[in-house]
Design a protein. Structure first.
Length: 289
């Protein structure tokens, strides 16, 4: 530990020698008291050091999106976010929230808050619906949606394309943005036509990715963060006031029923999958009556 770090611990903690001793011996977790009297739980070395950065904070702006403050000669922001960031510490502002510090492009701190709190401040009112149900089939190059009524009749179906994202060398972050934008656009449109229920495959039941003999097909699979897209879709749907339901994906892609739907309805593979997904939800809702 250099003198600068030692001085930071002295400035931050009420009993800095005890904190440094426990940290050096990896005696985690343990409770320590900050100079301002606040007791905090120390979970790791990085966690212990993070609290030393709070000693010179000068908050200059706060709104529903972020907290902006001056730290030494830098301007930093705490962005209210719900993504899975690695926790470096905890900020005590009306609760305890995990944060992540990033200096990749410019100084920035992301603040992880509970989902209920995020929805409380960021949800938008949803118009009254007509009991319609929308099933989603998420793919690497397209997004497919089928909407049915309570009788199982198809009311609408649509595909949002972003096929360029699976081409060789396409930037990963740009591909992610296009997929998320398509998902947001589809949910916004469903909110306008009276949909009340949004249905996704429960991808958390899928343990492994299935690879094919096709090199391009394997590239699509490995570069496609499907579960990440699902999480975004669920949170966005909750923000818009939809009832979100996850169904077991078994039989929605490769099954006799899937082949039958394609033949009888004239659907392609992906629209047929979305149709079977939404039918599963309808069955669940009918069983619950």
């Amino acid at each position: 530990m250099n003198f600068k770090t030692f001085k930071a611990y002295i400035s931050a903690y009420d009993n800095p020698l005890n904190v440094m001793f426990r940290t050096a011996l990896n005696k985690f977790p343990f409770t320590a008291k900050l100079r301002n009297g606040l007791e905090v739980e120390i979970k790791s070395k990085r966690h212990a050091y993070f609290f030393t950065t709070l000693r010179e904070l000068d908050v200059i702006y706060v709104d529903d999106r972020f907290i902006q403050f001056r730290y030494m000669d830098r301007m930093l922001k705490f962005y209210f976010d719900i993504n899975g960031f690695v926790a470096l510490g905890e900020i005590f502002r009306k609760g305890i929230y995990d944060v992540d510090v990033s200096f990749k492009h410019y100084p920035m701190i992301h603040l992880q808050i509970p989902l209920w709190l995020y929805l409380k401040y960021f949800s938008s009112p949803k118009p009254n619906g007509y009991g319609l149900i929308a099933g989603f089939d998420l793919n690497s190059d397209r997004l497919n949606v089928v909407v049915i009524n309570k009788d199982g009749k198809v009311v609408a179906k649509k595909t949002w394309w972003y096929s360029e994202v699976v081409s060789h060398g396409f930037p990963k972050e740009k591909a992610r943005a296009l997929r998320l934008n398509a998902l947001s656009e589809s949910l916004n449109s469903l909110s306008r036509i009276g949909v009340d229920y949004v249905v996704f495959e429960d991808l958390f039941l899928v343990k492994k990715r299935k690879f094919t003999r096709s090199r391009s097909g394997n590239r699509k699979i490995t570069r496609f963060a499907k579960k990440q897209l699902l999480i975004h879709g669920v949170i966005k749907a909750l923000r818009l006031g939809f009832n979100v339901i996850l169904v077991n994906p078994k039989g929605t892609t490769n099954s006799e029923e899937h082949e039958k739907v394609m033949r009888e309805k004239g659907f392609d593979r992906h629209i047929a999958s979305a149709y079977l997904i939404v039918l599963k939800c309808l069955g669940m809702l009918n069983d619950a009556k």
